[in-house]
Design a protein around this ligand. Structure first.
Ligand SMILES: Nc1ncnc2c1ncn2[C@@H]1O[C@H](COP(=O)(O)OP(=O)(O)O)[C@@H](O)[C@H]1O
Ligand SMILES: [Mg+2]
Length: 328
């Protein structure tokens, strides 16, 4: 199921509870696709540095070569927030009257630790990766952070475009208001408290810049939204273990994703106890079947692939290749 699904898509998201094997399974899938000749970019959005540990090498915010046809990058949330605030600051300073620059800085400093800031910054980067990397790669594989975080993240483009739309509307209103004031020959300083003490020409050009910036941002988010909501191009894969909590969380995650218009393409049940081991292991397997029955009852239509628990840690390219071979 997994590789078949991967072959037919351009974007894959892997999500699920921590420790279930998202990084291992997403990297193995990416590697398998790269071996089939597709150009693949593997992107980790998890604050824990995953790809570096798995591939035994430094992986950073710029794509590095991990194998033939396979590049990887890690979006570091803290660094992403810094870059994001810098960019937003730069845009805002362009948009606001020059004497408000100090206010912009103060506002951004306060935003740094605001709830949702890391998610917003990561989402901005995902939107950018989808926009830019889609030209250079055939397949983008996102290894995401644990469940709740991811579903919120996926819902963000919607909220962020709403926010951008709101800003555009407010700009329109403010512009109309100030042009009415100007036409009425009202005291110029009234309009100036909104836009700063510029002459009208530079005010118009600033308004144009604002519009271009906001529209670009809106387009980026609506493109991402469209990509996420298009089941032909994109699949979200939930990785879980056949245990009570991961099963319950996966059912919940599927609901959350559905609410935001993202269709789950399949379930990967990782670390299954091997069959035919007898004794303790047989009991464990029977227990797994109970949880998987719950899973099936809640999500009867989703294709599922099981992956057996392997004897050794999956670290390094050779181990990952072996793991990838077992996915077929
Ligand atoms: N099928 C498996 N058999 C044995 N160990 C596994 C298997 N899948 C993953 N692991 C190990 O489990 C740990 C957690 O996997 P990881 O992919 O990092 O999970 P996540 O990204 O979901 O937090 C790692 O040490 C990994 O090597
Ligand atoms: Mg991980």
């Amino acid at each position: 199921m997994l590789l078949e699904l991967a072959r037919s898509k351009n974007i894959l998201f892997f999500g699920g509870k921590g420790g279930v094997g998202k990084t291992t399974v997403s990297a193995a899938t990416a590697l398998a696709m790269a071996k089939e000749g597709r150009r693949v970019l593997l992107v980790s959005t998890d604050p824990a540095h995953n790809l570096g540990h798995l591939f035994n090498r430094e992986v950073g915010p710029k794509p590095v070569k991990l194998a033939v046809n396979l590049d990887g990058m890690e979006l570091d949330p803290e660094q992403t927030v810094n870059e994001h605030l810098e960019e937003v600051g730069e845009s805002l300073r362009k948009l606001m009257a020059p004497h408000l620059a100090g206010e912009v800085d103060k506002h951004l400093e306060l935003s740094r630790d605001a709830p949702g800031m890391q998610e917003a910054a990561i989402m901005e980067r995902i939107a950018e990766v989808v926009e830019v990397a889609a030209k250079e790669y055939d397949l983008l594989v996102f290894d995401t952070a644990p469940s709740g975080h991811t579903a919120r993240l996926i819902a963000l483009p919607e909220m962020m475009s709403a926010w951008t739309d709101g800003l555009i509307q407010r700009r329109d209103k403010a512009e109309r208001f100030s042009s009415v004031l100007r036409n009425l020959g009202a005291d110029k300083s009234v309009g100036n408290t909104i836009f700063g003490k510029d002459d009208e020409n530079s005010m118009d050009s600033r308004n144009n810049r604002i519009r271009i910036l906001l529209n670009r941002r809106r387009k980026r988010f609506s493109d991402l939204r469209a990509a996420l909501g298009n089941p032909e191009r994109t699949a979200f894969i939930i990785v879980l273990a056949a245990e009570r909590l991961p099963v319950l969380e996966s059912i919940e995650l599927q609901k959350q994703l559905q609410r935001t218009g993202v269709r789950v393409g399949g379930l990967v049940v990782n670390k299954r106890v091997p069959e035919g081991m007898g004794g303790f292991f047989q009991e464990r397997r029977t227990q797994e079947e109970v949880h998987l029955a719950t899973l099936h009852e809640a999500l009867p239509d989703l294709p599922r692939q099981d992956i057996t628990l392997v004897a050794h840690d999956v670290v390094g390219l050779a181990a990952l290749e072996q793991f990838a071979d077992s996915l077929a």
